[in-house]
Design a binder for this molecule. Structure first.
Ligand SMILES: [Zn+2]
Length: 237
């Protein structure tokens, strides 16, 4: 009975297995090298495409000749102008002086006697529309403040008020002539109308009327109060 010698067979096989394993190792290394080469080639191709795109884009941008520095300079100048405009709108000082200083006159006077701030007729834009005498203030609150007075904002005048208003207008005309200024500079129509309706008889209540600031109260207050008081006496009599 033939029995193979197990140790001999194992030795023979061991040689083949070693040879096979060596071949396998070499193949693995070759595959690794090939993979490495492939990935390197892929990376190189990628960066080549990126470089080309970058160059093309650069050429396109150069063709347009975008001057980023100039754009930035322009933007800053525009922002500065906007800021100056806001300062002009909110200034409590003389507006003429503000404009003159803006255009490079450092010696501009601080008062001109002609702008709304110098004349003390500034409408406080932050306070919104002033309350109307017709009780429309609630519906008007929050509306865009206007410098001009809308006709519906004028007080409602009775016949007696109309007569008083005519006398106030006469006084205004005289003062305007004396001071050599336009009538509205003394007091605007609306302020006279409110005086004719509310008929203040002392400086404190006259000062509460819209358009009568401390400067004008001091300047014209007494003369207007004279007219207003005389009506009061007439009505009482
Ligand atoms: Zn002024």
């Amino acid at each position: 009975m033939y029995l193979p010698d197990p140790s001999r067979a194992a030795r023979t096989h061991a040689g083949s297995v070693e040879a096979f394993e060596a071949m396998l190792r070499r193949s693995r290394e070759e595959i690794r090298e090939l993979a490495l080469a492939a990935s390197t080639a892929r990376e190189q191709e990628k960066s080549r495409v990126a470089r080309e795109l970058h160059d093309e884009l650069g050429q396109a941008l150069t063709a347009f000749k975008i001057d980023w520095t100039a754009i930035d300079r322009r933007r800053r100048a525009d922002m500065q102008k906007l800021e100056s405009m806001q300062q002009y709108a909110y200034t409590k000082g003389c507006r003429r002086g503000f404009v003159l200083r803006y255009f490079g006159d450092p010696a501009a006077r601080t008062t001109c006697g002609g702008c709304d701030n110098c004349l003390d007729v500034r409408v406080d834009v932050e306070a919104g529309a002033a309350p109307s005498l017709r009780g429309q203030s609630k519906s008007k609150r929050g509306a865009t403040p206007k410098r001009e007075i809308a006709p519906e904002d004028m007080p409602v005048l009775s016949g007696a008020d109309e007569a008083l208003l005519a006398r106030l207008r006469d006084l205004r005309r005289n003062i305007a002539r004396e001071d050599q200024v336009p009538a509205y500079v003394v007091f605007p129509d609306r302020t006279l109308a409110e005086m004719a309706v509310k008929k203040p008889t002392n400086a404190a209540s006259l000062g509460k009327i819209r358009g009568v600031g401390p400067v004008k109260l001091d300047k014209y207050g007494e003369r207007f109060l004279e007219v207003l008081r005389s009506v009061d006496e007439t009505e009482a009599a």
